[in-house]
Write a protein that binds this ligand. Structure first.
Ligand code: ADP
Length: 215
């Protein structure tokens, strides 16, 4: 299975991806996670990326496309057969580049999930989101609090709040989503690849909706 998870920040792409990964053994490729790894390295590129993400702006198409290419195309031995892309593509240009890359190696996308989510749900989720520094598991202080405060239920790693999960940056990210990422939905509609899921649902229900769609 080769799919894209599309939806505004806070739609629950990462949480759904974690259930799909666990239950269906599909590899989760998140460009946000790849970029945050780059920031951790504190390389010159990492510093550049850090400033863009802090503001809620997008990183350049070339950088993210290269990151994705390195995971799914460049190394045939390590490239996953079954994967979901989360956070990529985010511009029509990236969607076109992805199509070119995948067509070249004869492995086109199967479908694209569009997670439609209301603004108030997004805001409430993001301002109370915590992420595990070690394994990336996602928590929410209101809906899915960790059993021990500040510690991941799965690996006991430290939980932290992403620096871009503040109200001002969230608003910028949502504006960028509407202007730059939403046009991708029309791009994939023309290819008849869009499947709609209700991003307002809790993650488990969303996963059931996803699984039913595969039948
Ligand atoms: P969210 O979907 O919750 O906004 P992500 O973790 O997917 O969070 O991305 C965080 C940030 O990383 C984005 O706001 C953007 O700055 C950058 N980013 C991630 N993926 C891409 C991409 N495909 N193109 C450009 N920038 C990206």
């Amino acid at each position: 299975m080769r799919i894209v998870l599309l939806g505004p920040p806070g739609a629950g792409k990462g949480s759904l991806a974690s259930l799909i990964k666990k239950n269906l053994s599909v590899v989760h490729l998140s460009t946000g996670d790849m970029l945050r790894d780059e920031i951790q390295k504190a390389s010159p590129l990492g510093l550049e990326i850090k400033a863009l993400i802090a503001h809620g702006s997008l990183v350049s198409d070339d950088i993210v496309t290269q990151l994705v290419k390195s995971k799914v195309i460049d190394n045939v031995a390590t490239a996953p057969k079954s994967y979901m892309l989360d956070g990529y593509p985010r511009t029509v240009h990236q969607a076109e580049d992805l199509d070119v890359m995948l067509t070249k190696v004869g492995t086109p996308l199967d479908f694209v999930i569009d997670m439609e989510t209301d603004f108030d749900v997004i805001l409430q989720r993001l301002v109370s989101r915590l992420v595990c520094r070690k394994c990336g598991d996602i928590y929410n202080l209101n809906k899915k609090a960790p059993k021990i405060a500040g510690k991941c239920d799965l690996c006991s790693g430290d939980l932290y709040q992403r620096s871009d999960d503040n109200e001002e940056t969230i608003r910028t990210r949502l504006e960028v989503y509407v202007q730059t990422t939403q046009p991708i939905i029309d791009y994939y509609k023309k290819q008849n690849k869009i499947r709609i899921l209700n991003g307002n649902l809790e993650t488990v229900d969303l996963f059931h909706q996803f699984a039913a769609m595969l039948r």
